[in-house]
Design a protein around this ligand. Structure first.
Ligand SMILES: Cc1cn([C@H]2C[C@H](O)[C@@H](COP(=O)(O)OP(=O)(O)O[C@H]3O[C@@H](C)C(=O)[C@@H](O)[C@H]3O)O2)c(=O)[nH]c1=O
Length: 183
């Protein structure tokens, strides 16, 4: 597996080794040992999620408060998304900074979003299936949302030719300055 560091320590782009032949391809989409080696830490994954969205859909920026913080290993099996991690740990030297990566069916890249980060994505293709593993269970009372377009974060979302579409919850997301965060 190819491990690509990003501008934020701890956030990684992972490229599994793909074996192509005349039948198609094979890859290990997750291997605990290889993952632990790449991240330099052991994480237990307890939930696998799958969402389908149409072009222009933006989900995020979501995180769960401690002790329910989730690390997420995100990949795309259909279409293309711009996937983003935002450091929401107040005491972090990279607090408030974001990293974005295009994840697609074609590049088979995965983004490791560690606990303590908010996560979101924008769908760039007609449809996208996003699959992600999480290190903690969903706890709705601990779920928080920061605005996808918070100017203090300033995510450079790619230009798209449709209106962004968000859930009511995401439209009501808070600004980073007002958010309940990690210490
Ligand atoms: C996230 C989640 C939602 N749900 C339910 C609650 C709700 O009725 C329905 C849709 O939930 P949401 O609108 O929160 O789904 P969504 O906006 O797709 O939320 C997800 O966004 C991405 C960016 C993430 O990083 C995820 O952790 C998660 O927060 O699914 C679960 O049962 N389990 C879960 O783990």
């Amino acid at each position: 597996m190819n491990v690509i560091p990003t501008d934020i320590p701890g956030v990684l782009i992972l490229e599994p080794h793909v074996f192509e032949d005349t039948r198609g391809f094979f890859m290990e989409s997750f291997n605990q040992r290889i993952f632990d080696d790449a991240v330099g830490q052991h994480h237990e994954f307890v939930q696998d999620n799958h969402s389908r969205s149409r072009k222009g859909v933006v989900r995020g920026l979501h995180y769960q408060l401690a002790p329910h913080a989730q690390g997420k290993l995100v990949r795309v099996t259909r279409g293309r998304v711009f996937d983003v991690a935002v450091d929401v740990r107040r005491s972090s030297p990279t607090f408030g900074r974001w990293v974005g990566a295009e994840l697609s069916e074609a590049n088979r890249r995965q983004l490791w979003v560690p606990p303590g980060f908010a996560h979101g994505f924008m769908v760039l293709s007609e449809h996208a299936d996003v699959l992600y593993k999480a290190t903690a269970y969903y706890v709705p009372q601990s779920d928080r949302c920061i605005r996808w377009d918070d100017p203090d974060i300033g995510i450079a979302w790619p230009p798209i030719d449709v209106e962004p579409q968000l859930s009511a919850k995401d439209l009501a997301g808070t600004r980073l300055v007002e958010a309940e965060l990690f210490a």
